[in-house]
Design a protein around this ligand. Structure first.
Ligand code: SF4
Length: 332
């Protein structure tokens, strides 16, 4: 299976519960960013996301309040680099106690010193390791030599220790499609549970122009889609069709909400139109209908996985054929 059964069931149950409550919009994933401190300064990352001071990190209490307020069954701990968060062990323990599924999104550099041996494997815990290409590309994107080899080494160690590992790959302007396939092959050899391939998204404050236009995304993803059936790619078939420009989807920015050291970020992980301290104000005051429509200039080149995967699943489930295809995909 592409995702463990309990992970898929948690999402399914949450969706059913929300539907019964009559909620048309609801978050399934919380992107929790407890700190904006990082040990890298990747060229595709916004400046504020890696230059924060450790002293400005969120308290555990603040993290748990955000988790409880939004109610999403999946918490994706990102940032910043989560392994630098001194209270990571307590955060993960508290999330698992709340029956959340936890994804730790990491560059892997510090896994052996900060994570392995400190935070044990658990069925609800996943490591999402960034690899934005093979050695030359990844080290270029990370702005540091040796990061690729280090990440591969950490994947091998993590596998031996029993962690569930996924690879997360962002496709930039310079990324060759053949390299993405090479990476997919490598993910299989490393026995990663899956590889998420998605187009780079344009932050407001990134110095280098590394992002793809909508047409460039379509071209690259048409080719990626062609070989996607051979590998365990973690994006659904309908999402890949959308990324390849073969169908349209509305955005669902509310499905993946983002809590940052500045508060709830609206409308999405990419665009910080507004930051709000409390959940109720964020949820009620964001004009979701406007952002779903993708008419805003920020949305023009956006095919961000976190914005559209929810819509892709909804679309698939509209028909029996689509549901069967989705089921077959998730069992693959
Ligand atoms: S289209 Fe992209 S930028 Fe626009 S709201 Fe959705 S996720 Fe955000």
């Amino acid at each position: 299976m592409r995702y463990p059964m309990s992970f898929t069931m948690a999402q399914f149950k949450h969706r059913r519960k929300m539907e019964k409550l009559g909620n048309k919009r609801f978050p399934t994933v919380l992107m929790l960013e407890p700190l904006y401190t990082c040990n890298l300064a990747c060229i595709g990352c916004s400046v504020e996301r890696h230059t924060g001071k450790l002293k400005d990190r969120m308290s555990l209490e603040t993290c748990f309040k955000a988790v409880d307020d939004c109610g999403a069954p999946i918490v994706n701990i990102c940032g910043g680099e989560p392994t630098l968060y001194p209270e990571l062990k307590e955060l993960i323990e508290g999330l698992i106690k709340r029956d959340k599924h936890v994804i730790v999104c990491t560059n892997a550099i510090k896994l052996d010193s900060k994570f392995f041996g400190n935070i044990p494997p658990h069925p609800n815990l996943f490591l999402m390791i960034h690899l934005d290409g093979m050695r030359k590309t990844h080290d270029y994107v990370c702005n540091k030599e040796g990061v690729f080899d280090r990440a591969v080494e950490m994947i091998k160690q993590g596998q031996k220790l029993g962690y569930t590992i996924y690879i997360n790959t962002t496709v930039f302007k310079e990324t060759e499609v053949s390299e993405v396939e090479e990476l997919c092959k490598m993910a299989e050899e490393l026995k990663a549970r899956g590889i998420l391939v998605s187009p780079g998204y344009e932050y407001e404050s990134v110095e280098k122009d590394v992002f793809l236009t909508r047409e460039q995304i379509h071209d690259k993803f048409k080719n990626i889609r062609d070989f996607s059936g051979k590998y365990r790619i973690s994006a659904t078939p309908v999402y890949l069709e959308f990324a390849a420009g073969l169908r349209e989807l509305p955005c669902a920015p509310w499905s993946t909400v983002n809590y940052t050291p500045m508060g709830w970020k609206a409308p999405c992980y990419l665009v910080g139109d507004k930051f709000t301290a409390d959940w109720e104000t964020f949820w009620k005051d964001t004009n979701w209908e406007y952002w779903e429509s993708r008419v805003d200039s920020h949305c023009q080149n956006c095919k961000m996985h976190s914005g559209f995967e929810h819509s892709a699943v909804e679309e698939a489930m509209k028909t029996v054929g689509g549901t069967l295809r989705l089921t077959a995909w998730s069992l693959g």
